[in-house]
Design a protein around this ligand. Structure first.
Ligand code: SF4
Length: 375
């Protein structure tokens, strides 16, 4: 309880808010840029990269207490949202072939090109919800006559737990298990966003959990004389306000460096054990991000020597780029060039119980966050 009170202290929050106001007033005019979609209001654009930050910012009303000049732009850090529709299509094809699909629940309602896993499950196909990737291993042992495929999506944070399944399957001699891999890496996405002509990003509020794996040093390439401030922050309200204060301090002084405000969890080098597991099984791959397109070396694929655990190889399927409902603006929301409020379907046609796009499905999606806390 004391821990929670320490990070939600109203007096400390008020003091930080005042610091942020003063630092914003002192920003040089050159940091006034176009806002969402080139709107006329001139803003200083800070991208919160992580979907959990997006949810926390909405939940604690942090946008509402910031000076109007500060625009928080939600980035591509929701793993479900950036998973291409073609990946869902492949999982559906495998389920229809009789393979048991094991997945976290938030993938169920994500639209593929034509339908969702939830709809296919209601047709009677075998799709199991799990709370841990190890459930896939349990099922593989329990039903040795069945083929089990775990939907291995996510950023650096979720890679090691999924690989632990393979590690343990090898040790136990389990052969009827494979991964449909769609792992994504945050740094290559940041590099792509920094050079995107549709975006003008002044700073990154860097993710907490991902940084615990990759380490604070991973953001060094984005800083320096040609770069932008990169501040790592936790998920409590005071963490986020401290992170924003750190960003504005750097912007005011013209410095762009890595500032680790979440040092109680994140080290400079990151989690070496998780990194070693990734190096053993995976290699960089060009992958498609929903709404952004293919970014070179922005994902991870199983190395050829582990192909028997690769669902694409084992079941002779291939993940292609899928189709999105053309009316859904998830792509622009993921990329940060539109707010959920810019989508005409937000909150009327598209709701969490009737989602048109993944941003309304996921517990870390921008549209879901705005729907829940900011309507
Ligand atoms: S509100 Fe719905 S349709 Fe619009 S961008 Fe978000 S998920 Fe897509």
């Amino acid at each position: 309880m004391k821990y929670i009170e320490g990070f939600r202290n109203p007096g400390a929050a008020a003091a930080l808010r005042e610091d942020i106001r003063a630092l914003t007033e002192a920003l040089p005019p050159s940091l006034l840029r176009q806002g969402y979609g080139g709107q006329a209001n001139r803003t200083t654009n800070i991208m919160e990269v992580c979907g959990s930050h997006t949810m926390a910012i909405a939940r604690y009303g942090i946008r509402d207490i910031l000076p109007s000049q500060i625009k928080l732009i939600s980035g591509p850090g929701c793993p479900v949202c950036v998973t291409d529709a073609g990946y869902i299509d492949t999982a559906i094809e495998l389920a229809r072939r009789g393979v048991t699909i094991v997945t976290f629940g938030d993938m169920l309602n994500v639209p593929g090109s034509d339908t969702s896993l939830a709809a296919v499950r209601s047709e009677g196909h075998s799709i199991e919800i799990c709370y841990s990737p190890l459930r896939a291993l349990e099922l593989a042992r329990e039903f040795p006559e069945r083929e089990i495929v775990f939907l291995a999506i996510g950023f650096e944070t979720t890679v090691a737990p999924a690989l632990a399944v393979i590690d343990q399957a090898i040790a136990a001699g389990v052969e009827n298990l494979s991964l449909l891999v769609a792992f994504k890496l945050v740094p290559p996405a940041l590099a792509a966003l920094m050079t995107d002509p549709d975006l003008q990003i002044d700073a990154f509020l860097c993710p907490a959990h991902v940084s615990a794996i990759i380490g604070a040093d991973a953001y060094q390439p984005f800083t320096g004389s040609e770069g932008v401030p990169c501040v790592i922050a936790g998920f409590e309200p005071l963490d986020i306000l401290l992170g924003l204060k750190g960003i504005l301090t750097q912007l005011g002084s013209g410095i762009a460096e890595v500032d680790n405000q979440y040092s109680r969890v994140v080290t400079d080098a990151g989690n070496r054990r998780a990194q070693a597991l990734m190096e053993t099984y995976l290699e960089p791959a060009d992958v498609s991000w929903r709404g952004i397109g293919v970014i070179p070396a922005s994902g991870l694929a199983l190395k050829a020597e582990w192909s028997r655990y690769d669902a694409e190889q084992r079941h002779n399927v291939r993940v292609e780029v899928g189709k999105m409902d053309p009316a859904c603006r998830c792509g622009d929301v993921i990329k940060g060039i539109a707010s959920p409020f810019d989508c005409p379907m937000f909150g009327n046609v598209c709701t969490p119980s009737s989602p048109f796009g993944p941003c309304m499905v996921s517990s870390e999606g921008s549209c879901a966050a705005y729907y829940k806390y900011s309507r």
